[in-house]
Design a protein around this ligand. Structure first.
Ligand code: SF4
Length: 280
């Protein structure tokens, strides 16, 4: 029986499909719950602190105020399952918050937030292109001094190597396409701010890059449709498996795909995701 198609594509889904078809299936089609990870939750926390910072008036966006924003974000995060599920002891919790504070401090080495004119923060965008629904969340959309659009994406992991950089820039082109279709204007610049390094990777979208991402998205969607039709999403073991939360379902690690099928059917029958933990 064919698998149901995912509802949409996003930069992370595109990246997931390119890295490992089976991990994409588990995440986007079976929608299996993933255990929280320290790196992802720390990223959530830093994004939340920066979101608060940019809600302040420009002259208030100081490093001292950013620490207050972080404290507020920590208060909100503490009771969230994404944090409580990490089950950190006191020492690990202190390290977790200190690392978030350091990332925030490094952010100030990349740019002066008082000079930024944001017009959207954590902006959820959705548009249909060539019959495919595209979704993305833009961390920050702003206007530069010439009134042109600039898209900014914060990254809390390390900057990528050369090969991964091309993949990251494909995500950048995705955001540019969303803006162009929704606002009728192509951003003058899309920037990835890698806070840990700290390093900014800047891309200037062009006709060529826009056409390239449209072609790539169409090709990926065709491949996803074919894989759903044939129920054929294959594992692609790599060093990324070290961070994969689906090993219990992955045949490359002795797991069973049938468990994922059962989870998806159960969810479809109940109309909601059942509270089922990932098997250890
Ligand atoms: S463990 Fe590796 S091969 Fe298996 S689904 Fe995850 S990423 Fe793919």
């Amino acid at each position: 029986m064919p698998l149901p198609l995912p509802l949409s594509l996003s930069p992370s889904k595109v990246s997931s499909f390119t890295d490992c078809g089976l991990a994409f299936r588990f995440s986007a089609i079976d929608r299996l719950p993933e255990p929280p990870s320290v790196a992802a939750t720390r990223g959530t926390l830093v994004h939340a602190a920066l979101e608060r910072l940019f809600c302040l008036d420009p002259h208030e966006r100081s490093h001292a105020r950013s620490l207050g924003c972080l404290d507020d974000a920590i208060t909100d995060l503490r009771d969230h399952p994404e944090f409580s599920g990490l089950e950190l002891d006191d020492a690990a919790e202190a390290t977790f918050f200190e690392e978030a504070r350091v990332l925030l401090e490094k952010y100030f080495r990349l740019e002066d937030p008082t000079a930024i004119t944001p017009i959207g923060i954590e902006l959820k965008l959705e548009v249909e292109v060539g019959g495919v629904r595209l979704r993305g969340i833009i961390d920050r959309l702003e206007l530069d001094r010439d009134g042109e659009l600039v898209v900014t994406d914060y990254k809390t992991g390390r900057a990528p190597g050369e090969r991964q950089e091309q993949q990251r820039l494909a995500g950048v082109a995705f955001y540019s396409l969303l803006c162009e279709r929704l606002f009728g204007r192509r951003p003058a610049k899309v920037q990835l701010l890698y806070l840990a390094d700290p390093l900014a990777i800047i891309s200037v979208p062009t006709d060529r890059s826009t056409r390239g991402v449209e072609r790539k998205l169409a090709a990926i969607w065709t491949a996803v449709e074919r894989a759903c039709e044939r129920e054929d999403f294959r594992p692609n073991p790599s060093r990324l498996c070290d961070w994969c939360g689906f090993k219990a379902y992955c045949p490359s690690f002795g797991g069973e795909i049938a468990l994922a099928d059962a989870f998806r059917v159960d969810r479809e029958l109940s109309g909601a995701a059942p509270a089922q933990p990932v098997p250890a």
